[in-house]
Design a protein around this ligand. Structure first.
Ligand code: FAQ
Length: 330
């Protein structure tokens, strides 16, 4: 939908960069103006947005797998309907995001191919297994909770199509977070075994969720440029801290223990957490997490099995194009 707005004949002109244009561009950003697809932009801005938006899209699509694993095993019809709707929402988010990435000139096919070839990243969090029903509650509560913390500021991102896509995504993620928290509340108010299941899920997901916010600020390669361009409004560590501060009282309300015995509240009221195992994060993003291979194999299989749908859609579009051309010629 967005791609139709692209003014392709001007594309080469738009690539001609000079200092004056770059200064004008930065002045627009500083004045909080939105950058739109046909506006001139530095190629590095286009590149980093294509990278971030496509990685975000891949995360939504791969993120369907850990929860999709529980649709057939949800404990009631109501839980099943809610989970099915949530997983479909994540698919929708992936589609808005691919459309937003396409406005920057990359095609969806090329972006998806990079992911299937293992060359494009997606969020580290989706490389962990969902072992019990409590994992579904924990994903909604913590993974969607972390996603919202990161994505609310993206609604004010300088690039219009991304910022607008984020508004709807955030509304849906808020609902997902609540349904996850409600699953946790039900388990925590249930039997001892149910509460133990909830605690076990929190123990396994806590540290990987903190890693979702990305490397510490001093190691984040893209942060300086993304902050200057107002793609990022808060740093990785700032968002991680906001998330921890918001989550500790929720865990206390549930009666669960965050698996960080060293965690303390400082004078400013922030919860100071222990060191994160960045070696684990590096391994996961290098393709060596517990489920990386399974996730990519599942996406490749779905892509291959869906080839007929893409071919049928293309054949239909071609038929319509020919019919319109014939009608115009009459
Ligand atoms: N996993 O220099 P930085 C969701 C990479 S959606 C994997 O700090 P940046 C919804 C990073 O790409 C979750 N890779 O990078 C849902 C870069 O590598 P590159 C996804 C990571 O971009 C819920 C390198 O490390 N959300 O959960 C990760 O400035 C439930 C250096 O890092 C988004 O994508 C990671 N965790 O900041 C779905 C939000 N962190 O590209 C289903 C948009 C970093 O040079 C179920 N993205 N890397 O090869 C962002 O806000 C940013 O891209 C950050 C990273 C904050 C993720």
């Amino acid at each position: 939908m967005y791609t139709q707005a692209l003014n392709t004949p001007d594309r080469e002109d738009r690539c001609v960069e000079d200092a004056a244009r770059a200064a004008q561009f930065q002045a627009r950003i500083d004045a909080e103006e939105r950058i739109e697809p046909n506006d001139w932009m530095p190629s590095a801005y286009r590149k980093t947005l294509t990278r971030q938006i496509s990685q975000h899209a891949h995360s939504e699509i791969v993120g369907m797998l850990p929860e999709g694993n529980w649709i057939t095993r949800a404990p009631s019809l109501r839980r099943k309907a809610a989970l099915l709707a949530k997983v479909q929402d994540e698919c929708g988010h992936g589609l808005y995001l691919y459309a937003a990435a396409e406005t920057l000139g990359a095609s969806r096919e090329e972006l998806v191919d990079l992911m299937l070839a293992g060359k494009a990243k997606y969020s580290s969090i989706f490389n962990y297994p969902t072992l019990s029903w409590a994992d579904i509650g924990t994903i909604g509560w913590l993974v969607d909770g972390a996603a919202i913390m990161n994505q609310i500021p993206l609604c004010r991102c300088s690039y219009g199509p991304y910022a607008r896509a984020m508004i709807r995504v955030c509304k849906e993620e808020s609902f997902h977070q609540r349904q996850g928290f409600e699953i946790m509340l039900t388990l925590c108010r249930g039997t001892e075994a149910q509460k133990a299941m909830a605690q076990d899920a929190l123990d396994r997901w806590w540290w990987p969720v903190l890693m979702m916010f990305g490397p510490p600020d001093k190691l984040s390669q893209h942060s300086d440029a993304s902050t200057r361009w107002k793609i990022k409004r808060f740093s990785n560590d700032e968002l991680r801290q906001k998330f921890v501060d918001a989550t500790v009282p929720q865990a206390q309300f549930l009666g669960l223990t965050i698996p960080d015995p060293g965690m303390k509240q400082n004078e400013a009221g922030n919860w100071v957490y222990s060191a994160i195992d960045w070696e684990e994060f590096n391994q996961v993003i290098a393709g060596n997490g517990p489920c990386n291979r399974d996730r990519l194999a599942a996406r490749r299989k779905a892509h291959d099995e869906g080839a007929w749908v893409r071919e049928a859609a293309q054949a239909y579009a071609e038929k319509r194009r020919q019919r319109t051309a014939l009608q115009a010629a009459e």
